[in-house]
Design a protein around this ligand. Structure first.
Ligand SMILES: *[C@@H]1O[C@H](CO)[C@@H](O)[C@H](O)[C@H]1NC(C)=O
Ligand SMILES: *[C@@H]1O[C@H](CO)[C@@H](O)[C@H](O)[C@H]1NC(C)=O
Ligand SMILES: *[C@@H]1O[C@H](CO)[C@@H](O)[C@H](O)[C@H]1NC(C)=O
Ligand SMILES: *[C@@H]1O[C@H](CO)[C@@H](O)[C@H](O)[C@H]1NC(C)=O
Length: 260
């Protein structure tokens, strides 16, 4: 028995400690050349035990061309070369006011990227931005329906971004329809002055909750934020100095703040 538990302990110690909290990156910086996304590639390759969900955004959605621009093709295929990355396509829904048919056509275009043969530009899911969080049956069915469309097209990771706490009565529906819900997208200072449990609808959903914190000052305590998210068991987080996601310089610092 002692030998067994010794062996078990050794085996467990040898397993890579995969963080259940991942990093979600709104990678909206346009890759003008092969080096634009280097800080992201470096963070990904230096931290194989962190799962990264990387959101790409050709044009507030897929755009209307069958395949994206060459620079994006190069970038997405590079992201797909890492085992710890899921590439997620961005679609703005304008709080459930964007024509559903148009959202569905954008889903179809992202799904079609998997037919590109020269490189692997498949996406694994969709990030629905400007998601409503209201307890309104029309809004709820709109979000359920576009989630079903994505999943029906093999885009199996669905993220909703209301950016704020879901309304009571609606949270269970949104969490059922999505794999991850961003319930907090605000400046760093608002998160650190808030009580996290008051910002997220229910601790039962923490593993499917994400937070996106921007405008972090140079003095921001990345480790404290990351380690709190890890101890709460949140699904994913992002923390950046940028106020518009156009700088990715702090991605390596964010990744290095994880306990592994
Ligand atoms: C794509 O096409 C739709 C319908 O033709 C149009 O409403 C939309 O503005 C177009 N989107 C872009 C990004 O050009
Ligand atoms: C493309 O990349 C994705 C993400 O890494 C992977 O799941 C998929 O199997 C790859 N497809 C091919 C054809 O290699
Ligand atoms: C859907 O949600 C948006 C944003 O919260 C809200 O403005 C709109 O009134 C909701 N739709 C309905 C029909 O209530
Ligand atoms: C949410 O909306 C449903 C349907 O309109 C209603 O029955 C329920 O009471 C609402 N929940 C809350 C907490 O307002």
């Amino acid at each position: 028995m002692h030998v067994f538990s010794y062996l078990l302990g050794t085996a467990l110690a040898m397993l890579p400690a995969v963080s259940s909290t991942g990093i979600i990156i709104p990678l909206y910086v346009w890759p003008t050349d092969d080096s634009t996304w280097t800080p992201v590639y470096e963070a990904i390759s230096a931290h194989p035990n962190i799962g990264f969900q990387v959101i790409v955004n050709p044009d507030s959605g897929s755009g209307n061309t069958t395949y994206p621009d060459d620079n994006l093709i190069t970038g997405v295929s590079k992201l797909n070369s890492y085992d710890n990355v899921q590439v997620i396509g961005y679609i703005a829904t304008n709080y459930a006011n964007r024509e559903q048919a148009e959202v569905e056509s954008q889903i179809g275009i992202y799904s079609g990227w998997s037919s590109y043969t020269a490189k692997n530009i498949s996406v694994s899911g969709i990030f629905f931005d400007e998601a409503p969080g209201t307890n309104d049956s029309t809004n709820i069915s709109y979000m359920q329906s576009i989630s079903d469309t994505a999943k029906g097209r093999n885009l199996n990771t669905v993220v909703f971004n209301p950016g704020t706490t879901l309304e009571k009565g609606a949270a269970s529906e949104y969490f059922k329809a999505a794999d991850l819900v961003v319930e907090f997208e605000k400046p760093y200072s608002e998160w650190t002055s808030a009580i996290p449990a008051n910002e997220l609808s229910s601790s039962e959903n923490y593993k499917k909750d994400a937070i996106i914190l921007h405008s972090a000052p140079p003095t921001a305590d990345y480790k404290a934020v990351v380690q709190e998210a890890q101890s709460m068991g949140l699904g994913a987080l992002y923390l950046t100095s940028s106020d518009n996601y156009m700088s990715i310089d702090t991605v390596p610092k964010l990744a290095a703040s994880f306990v592994q």
